[in-house]
Ligand binder design. Structure first.
Ligand SMILES: *Cc1c(COP(=O)(O)O)cnc(C)c1O
Length: 375
């Protein structure tokens, strides 16, 4: 197989047989003609079941993750819900204690109330994971690096432990993408993506995907749910996400390099208490990150000396960064995470999270330097 960068650059660009166009057409049709004999000549019947543009994106995502197949949904959380609904009442799942807050809410508000038992675990400690298993544990949900503390979970070890207990492993690979982390090579069964972030990459499309390593009853349930519930990715979002995918390799490599420079700058700044970035030697997951990631990623967080008000004042003073949630776009973002997550948030009050975009690192560093000197 070609290098990932090459595969990405050509994603979805099979020459269109009817026009020879290089760039794939965008199919909006909700319905497809049936032959006189009752067959569907191209396999498409109705857009909830399948749409050629969405199918192109799903096939590309499966290829780049090294999986067999993929299903694209209207958001990352819709894709997460498709995985969770495959569980039965009484089944038990392990989730990270610092999991993406929207996922925690989905589990607590919608699945725990329907009999899915959940244990929140410190997944940076393999011993905590091991002891949390029960006979009814069916799934382990990993998000690494975690959000917003960037703790690292050992995917290889956790997936092996899960397998020994008869449970499947799901990795939320939104922050790393296949460019920086390859969960199937480390033993994962399913990969979850919020396509909204790095994969579409321009803060203009909402989407999610589930990629399966191999055919399984679990993935069949995900597929049936997509078709029967219909939270499918729409044709335009599919098309624009496929366009984003072609530049993912260069974008994320650049973002990761810039984030590394910013983490080093912040670590040396007297008004910064701690920087959470797995590319720093001071990070407790540094060695593990090097063993399972191909770069440290475009996300980092740091805690400002000394109060929440100081953190808010820094966020208020930036000019190149934009104060907004989300991540993975071309523009750098800064976010006071705790006030975004709400009163039950476990996030430290003086923590600011950064999503690094495609600006020059010197402009970003100068902006943070100025903002940190606000008084
Ligand atoms: C944003 C995000 C999600 C949720 O995706 P949506 O597209 O917003 O539904 C899930 N996991 C991670 C790590 C995310 O950053």
């Amino acid at each position: 197989m070609a290098h990932l960068l090459t595969t990405l650059a050509h994603a979805g660009c099979d020459i269109d047989p009817s026009t020879a166009s290089l760039i794939p057409p965008l199919h909006f049709s909700t319905t497809f003609e049936r032959n006189a004999d009752g067959e569907y000549p191209h396999g498409y019947k109705y857009a909830r079941d399948g749409n050629p543009t969405r199918r192109q994106l799903e096939a590309s995502l499966a290829t780049i993750e090294g999986g067999t197949d993929c299903r694209a949904f209207s958001s990352g959380l819709a894709a997460s819900a498709a995985i969770l609904q495959s569980l039965d009442p009484g089944d038990h799942i392990l989730i990270p204690d610092d999991v993406y807050h929207g996922f925690r809410r989905l589990v607590v508000d919608h699945f725990a109330t329907r009999g899915i038992e959940t244990t929140s675990v410190n997944m940076s400690d393999p011993a905590c994971i091991e002891t949390a298993f029960r006979p009814s544990t069916k799934m382990v949900w990993i998000e690494t690096p975690s959000n917003p503390l960037l703790q690292i979970t050992d995917i290889r070890k956790t997936a092996a432990t899960a397998r020994a207990h008869g449970a499947v492993t799901v990795v939320d690979n939104t922050w790393m993408t296949p460019v920086l982390q390859r969960p199937f090579e480390l033993g994962a069964d399913l990969i979850l993506h919020s396509l909204t972030k790095y994969i579409s990459g321009h803060s203009d499309a909402l989407g999610g995907a589930v990629v399966s390593f191999k055919e399984s009853e679990l993935f069949d349930r995900v597929c049936a749910y997509q078709q029967q519930v219909g939270a499918v990715l729409d044709p335009f979002s599919s098309w624009i996400t496929l366009r984003g995918l072609r530049t993912l390799g260069v974008r994320l490599t650049h973002q990761s390099t810039t984030a590394d420079a910013i983490a080093r700058f912040l670590e040396g700044h007297p008004r910064v208490r701690i920087v959470h970035y797995p590319g720093l030697k001071s990070h407790p997951g540094y060695d593990l990150a090097r063993s399972q990631m191909r770069g440290s990623g475009g996300m980092l967080s740091f805690e400002v000396e000394s109060s929440e008000a100081d953190a808010m004042a820094v966020a208020a003073s930036v000019r190149v960064f934009t104060r907004a949630t989300s991540l993975g776009g071309t523009e750098s973002l800064i976010e006071h995470r705790r006030s975004m997550e709400g009163p039950d948030s476990p996030t430290p009050p003086s923590l600011l999270r950064l999503s690094i975009g495609l600006e020059h690192s010197e402009d970003l560093i100068e902006d943070l330097d100025r903002a940190l000197a606000y008084r």
